[in-house]
Design a protein around this ligand. Structure first.
Ligand code: ADE
Length: 222
């Protein structure tokens, strides 16, 4: 699965994609990341990517031409036997949930690559949305740009690809469980007593039926 990120700050992704499971996924050939520097598609000798909003207002908006040129370039980098969905993180998008991660990972296994466009500054010219397949929001708060949401999305998709974490994740993709069913139960490791707090007795007694029951009862949000 190829994942391309269009951003003014490619360096932000280098450590994240180069560490831990995201790195392993690329190392194992399961996923390929490509960073597309939006600045390279800027206009004129100054490589301008932003401008003031029509109608007035604070801040600068990303101009449509560089973004659309970068999307077209990224699409040209998609293999002939594959297609790519273009995603845009924005507070105005639909809430991103676990079933979206599963859908995008399953699509990845079936020839569907990803292009994620990261907006910056105060926003972007609305006309770019005609070149976007999905707008997504990772939570009810406003960040300074789309880079962190893009990283969240990539992490949530890549960990589901078979071979990244382990065997069970691929089955998880197939089942498309409800979003709330993904909450894990609390876990404990040694020592048995930490600063006076004991590991729940039921986890120590080796009774798998009772342990499963305890875990089911405790699989809810804090
Ligand atoms: N850009 C800024 N804030 C965002 C959010 N919460 N989700 C997605 N994109 C964003």
């Amino acid at each position: 699965m190829k994942i391309q990120i269009i951003t003014l700050f490619p360096e932000m992704f280098v450590k994240v994609f180069g560490s831990s499971m995201l790195w392993k996924a690329q190392d194992r050939g399961i996923v390929e990341y490509a960073l597309v520097d939006l600045r390279q598609f800027g206009i004129g000798s100054r490589k301008t990517v932003d401008d003031t909003p029509y109608g007035g207002g604070d801040g600068m908006l990303l101009k449509p031409e560089p973004i659309v040129a970068a999307i077209e370039y990224a699409k040209s980098q998609v293999a002939e036997d594959r297609s790519a969905r273009v995603l845009l993180p924005t507070p105005r998008g639909k809430q991103y949930v676990q079933s979206d991660a599963k859908r995008l990972a399953a699509a990845g296994l079936n020839g569907g690559d990803l292009i994620v466009v990261c907006p910056r500054y105060e926003g972007y010219d609305e006309r770019v949305t005609e070149y976007i397949d999905e707008q997504f929001c990772i939570g009810n708060y406003v960040l300074t740009g789309g880079e962190l949401p893009a990283m969240v999305l990539v992490d949530s998709v890549v960990r589901l690809l078979p071979g990244v974490l382990g065997g069970e994740a691929s089955a998880e993709i197939e089942s498309f469980q409800d979003d709330d069913q993904n909450i894990e139960f609390p876990q404990f490791t040694r020592p048995e007593v930490f600063r006076g707090r004991r590991v729940p007795e039921v986890l120590l007694n080796g009774n798998h039926g009772e342990i499963a029951k305890w875990r089911a009862e405790h699989s809810h949000k804090a």
